[in-house]
Write a protein that binds this ligand. Structure first.
Ligand SMILES: O=C(O)CCC(=O)C(=O)O
Length: 278
């Protein structure tokens, strides 16, 4: 029996995403936010640039999120019972009052991530509310049924994507705003076109993105991905499995995360003209 309702599954099949899904209480979200702020204060370089990736390798708090059974139940409904965690990214958008104006260009995740076949799903957990005002995501429904589109590398410094990539001429009036309360989740398909605008509010917008949950039948065709078993059995053994952190910022875990992030960087910048800040 599935956890997602038939309406939610229909939304995924027809539109390429599902939102919102209730996952964590505000009390649990507060602890996650405190963990971010604690790391930022104590180790100011740790979560910026390439360091926005794979915080679940150095923080037991985030490790617990990626192995959360409520998230895995809904992910299982989409990709089946054998699930690996293929990576995570913190998408933090500072308030519009800061000197940078971060946004995310229109893109399809499948263009750069290298996971084939597309038996995978991206889970976006709202650590703060995410809405039109503070730069929540917008989806272009139905585009997951299309092929990979042409992406232009702009290297715009405010674009939170690695190469500042963007799909041009997206009809904004056909896109839909994803509104999430802190603690809610959205799921999106590898091919659905999405992006997000600047944060015009007075506070940060934070999304913790499991990018992505992959079925064990999914290989990495560009480079190397490390994985954790989230549920079920790895029947294919395409990837190297990693251990889970038991304390924050353990030295061994830091070294491992740095090398995993370097491998990720090679994937995300394959054939790019230059390397950006992430
Ligand atoms: O956080 C955002 O605004 C965009 C994140 C995104 O593009 C993704 O999760 O695939």
């Amino acid at each position: 029996m599935s956890t997602l309702t038939s309406k939610q599954l229909k939304q995924y099949n027809e539109d390429g995403y599902i939102a919102p899904i209730d996952i964590l209480s505000l009390e649990k979200i507060k602890k996650i936010r405190e963990e971010i702020e604690y790391i930022e204060k104590k180790w100011p370089d740790e979560l910026i640039g390439l360091g926005r990736n794979n915080v679940h390798y150095i923080s037991p708090v985030f490790d617990k999120v990626v192995h959360n059974s409520k998230i895995l139940d809904v992910v299982e409904d989409i990709i089946g019972p054998n699930i690996l965690v293929g990576g995570t990214t913190l998408f933090i958008k500072e308030s519009g009052k800061s000197y940078i104006k971060p946004f995310v260009g229109w893109h399809q995740d499948a263009k750069y991530i290298g996971f084939e076949p597309h038996n995978w799903v991206t889970a976006w957990l709202a650590i703060t509310d995410a809405n039109e005002e503070n730069g929540g995501m917008r989806m272009w429904p139905g585009t997951h049924k299309e092929k990979i589109k042409k992406h232009k590398d702009t290297f715009d410094k405010d674009n939170l994507l690695t190469r500042g990539q963007t799909i041009e001429n997206v009809p904004i009036n056909e896109t839909v705003s994803i509104v999430l309360k802190a603690g809610q989740l959205s799921l999106h398909h590898p091919l659905v076109v999405h992006g997000s605008s600047v944060n015009k509010s007075n506070s940060r917008r934070i999304g913790f993105v499991i990018q992505s949950y992959i079925g064990t039948n999914v290989d990495q065709v560009i480079g190397k991905t490390y994985v954790q078993q989230a549920r079920g059995k790895d029947l294919f053994k395409y990837h190297e499995h990693t251990t889970r952190p038991v304390e924050l910022m353990n030295k061994k875990n830091i070294i491992f995360r740095n090398s995993a992030n370097k491998e990720l960087q090679k994937i995300l910048y394959k054939d790019a003209k230059k390397i950006g800040k992430y």
